[in-house]
Design a protein around this ligand. Structure first.
Ligand code: SAH
Length: 213
């Protein structure tokens, strides 16, 4: 299967029916071929609206969830965005179509290298990848206009809250890893933070330290 016009139409229709209605987000998702980020046996299911396994026991998120999270993040073209949990690189590639620059981090070196290779192959030049425990954020490049976590934390990590610009937005799943989690949006105000709960989701947990691969 290829990401041809008919496949795209079906893919975008499925996204819209799940509530992804932001035109810029849909355009970005039309530009990024999910099959490039799903390798091996599952590649032929790339255009189905379901999470799929990737290397290191991780998953590429469900496209409609990627769309809803991206939409909730309200990215604008001048934004500097930090993503925690590169995984396959699919979410970062979509962000790269909407933002000025994307920094993306994963605790598995192997995933970071694979994602970087896909970005290079597709001439995506506004993504910086690195391997680290992303719960510490990336102080050298802070503050960020937008921060997106694609792994579930029990609470929003303090360093990430601190690295969000005043007026900035962070979207993340919170809750225990083996239970239903909530997707929340945090806005940094002049004084303090404003929290709002968006929907139930299920993500892999945000883990401490580096992965072994
Ligand atoms: N955004 C990805 C899906 C990510 S799955 C995509 O589009 O494919 C969640 C990812 O978060 C996994 O790859 C996992 O290794 C990573 N992760 C978990 N805890 C982390 C941490 N503390 N720092 C960085 N990455 C982490």
């Amino acid at each position: 299967m290829t990401f041809d016009a008919a496949t795209k139409m079906k893919f975008l229709y499925a996204l819209r029916s799940k509530g992804v209605t932001d035109a810029a987000v849909l355009t970005a998702m039309e530009k990024v071929d999910r099959a490039d980020y799903v390798k091996g046996t599952f590649a032929d299911r790339a255009y189905e609206d379901m999470p799929l396994p990737i290397a290191c026991g991780q998953t590429i998120s469900q496209p409609s969830v990627v769309g809803l999270m991206t939409q909730a993040l309200q990215v604008s073209p001048r934004d500097k965005v930090l993503e925690i949990g590169t995984g396959s690189g699919y979410q970062a590639a979509i962000l790269s179509k909407l933002a000025r620059r994307v920094y993306t981090v994963d605790r598995y070196r192997r995933l970071v290298h694979a994602a970087r290779a896909v970005f290079e192959a597709h001439d995506i030049t506004n993504i910086t990848t690195f391997t680290a425990d992303g719960s510490h954020g990336f102080a050298e490049q802070a503050p960020f206009d937008r921060i997106l976590l694609t792994a579930a934390a029990e609470d929003p990590p303090g360093p990430l809250l601190a690295q969000l610009r005043v007026g900035g937005i962070m979207v993340l799943p919170v809750g225990q890893s083996d239970a239903v989690q909530s997707l929340i949006r945090v806005k940094r105000l002049e004084t303090g933070y404003d929290y709002d709960e968006l929907r139930a989701v299920r993500f892999v947990p945000l883990l401490e330290g580096l992965g072994q691969e």
